[in-house]
Design a protein around this ligand. Structure first.
Ligand code: AMP
Ligand code: FE
Ligand code: FE
Ligand code: ZN
Length: 278
C-alpha cells in the first residue's frame, strides 16, 4: 500500500523543520507522497519539491490559507497550486504583512501585561514571511519567560487572553477562488477543530473541492462523520498529520497515513477541471 501525508508545515511558516528535514522524515515514515501546506505562503515549495525529486517522492505544492466564514476562522488547504501565480502571491503577501505586524502587536500586549519579551527575540526564531503565535510562544519559552508552549497559549495567546490579537482574514469564498485561479483544488482543513459543520454547505456553494477527513486531532468517530459529509456533498477526501515538527519527541509526519487512492482522486479531479476550463 502507498500512503500520503497532505498537511505539513516547515520553517517557512510555524513548523520547525526545513523542507529538506521534512522530506527526510517523510522518507523514514515510508510515505510515497507529501504536500507542503505552510500557512499563507508557498515559499517552501520549491525546496521541498527539489528534496522530494532527489529521493523520487511525489510532491504536491500547497498552502493553508487563513480565511473566515460567518465570523468563524476556517483554514482552506490549496493543492497543486501554481506557486508562481501572481494573483496568489500578491494576495498572500498582504496577509504575510498582517502576520508580521501582528507579532509587534502581540509583543506590545505581552509587555503591557508585564512580560518583558522583545520583538527581536521572536523574529530571531521566526525567520520567515509568515510568522504566527507559535513563534511568540517559542520565544517566551526560549527566553525563560514561561514554562511551556501550552502555558504560553493558555495564559496569553489563545482567543480572549491578554496577548491575543485577531488577524484580518480573507473570506472563505475568496480563498476558494484564489486557489482555483492558481490551478489548485480547495479543501477545508480539520473541520473537527472548527466544530461548526453548519458552515460547510456555504463552502460547498463557494466551490469547495474537498474536506480533510483524517487529521491528527480527529477522533475515529469524527473522521467517519466527515466521510459521510464528503459523500453527501460529493467532496474529495484528504488527510494529513498537520506536522509542525517533533511532537512528544517524535516527528508527527506520517502518523496520519492517507491511502494513495485519495491522491489519485485529487489528480483526476484536477485534470477534469483543466479539461472543462479549456
Ligand atoms: P496563528 O495563525 O498565528 O493564529 O497561529 C495558529 C497556529 O498556532 C496553529 O496553526 C497551530 O500551529 C498553533 N496553535 C494554535 N493553538 C495552539 C495551542 N493551544 N497550543 C499550541 N499550538 C497552538
Ligand atoms: Fe500552524
Ligand atoms: Fe490549520
Ligand atoms: Zn496546519
Amino acid at each position: 500500500m502507498k500512503f500520503a501525508d497532505l498537511h505539513l508545515h516547515t520553517q517557512f511558516s510555524d513548523g520547525t523543520f526545513t523542507p529538506e528535514e521534512l522530506v527526510l522524515h517523510a522518507q523514514k515514515a515510508g510515505l510515497a507522497c507529501i504536500a507542503l501546506t505552510d500557512h499563507d505562503t508557498v515559499e517552501g515549495c520549491a525546496r521541498a519539491a527539489a528534496a522530494c525529486a532527489a529521493v523520487k517522492m511525489e510532491f504536491i505544492p500547497g498552502s493553508e490559507l487563513t480565511a473566515e466564514q460567518a465570523d468563524i476562522e476556517v483554514h482552506v488547504l490549496g493543492y497543486f497550486l501554481d506557486t508562481g501565480n501572481k494573483t496568489l502571491l500578491d494576495r498572500i503577501a498582504q496577509f504575510q504583512t498582517v502576520r508580521q505586524q501582528r507579532i509587534h502587536e502581540m509583543v506590545a500586549a505581552l509587555n503591557k501585561a508585564g512580560v518583558p519579551l522583545r520583538v527581536e527575540a521572536v523574529f530571531a526564531l521566526a525567520n520567515c514571511k509568515s510568522p504566527g503565535r507559535p513563534h511568540v510562544a517559542r520565544a517566551l519559552v526560549k527566553e525563560k519567560l514561561i514554562g511551556s508552549l501550552d502555558e504560553a497559549f493558555e495564559r496569553f495567546l489563545k482567543k480572549g487572553r491578554p496577548a491575543w490579537v485577531p488577524k484580518t482574514k480573507m473570506s472563505a469564498l475568496e480563498s476558494v477562488e484564489l486557489i482555483h485561479q492558481a490551478g489548485g483544488l480547495a479543501v477545508m482543513a480539520h473541520p473537527g477543530l472548527n466544530r461548526s459543520d453548519e458552515i460547510i454547505p456555504a463552502l460547498v456553494d463557494a466551490g469547495l473541492d474537498g474536506i480533510e477527513c483524517f487529521h491528527t486531532k480527529h477522533s475515529t468517530v469524527m473522521s467517519e462523520r466527515y466521510l459521510v459529509i464528503a459523500e453527501a456533498h460529493h467532496l474529495l477526501v484528504t488527510g494529513g498529520s498537520d506536522c509542525h515538527g517533533f511532537s512528544k519527541n517524535k516527528p508527527l509526519i506520517g502518523t496520519v497515513k492517507l491511502p494513495y487512492a485519495h491522491v489519485e482522486n485529487l489528480k483526476a479531479a484536477r485534470q477534469g477541471r483543466h479539461r472543462v476550463s479549456k
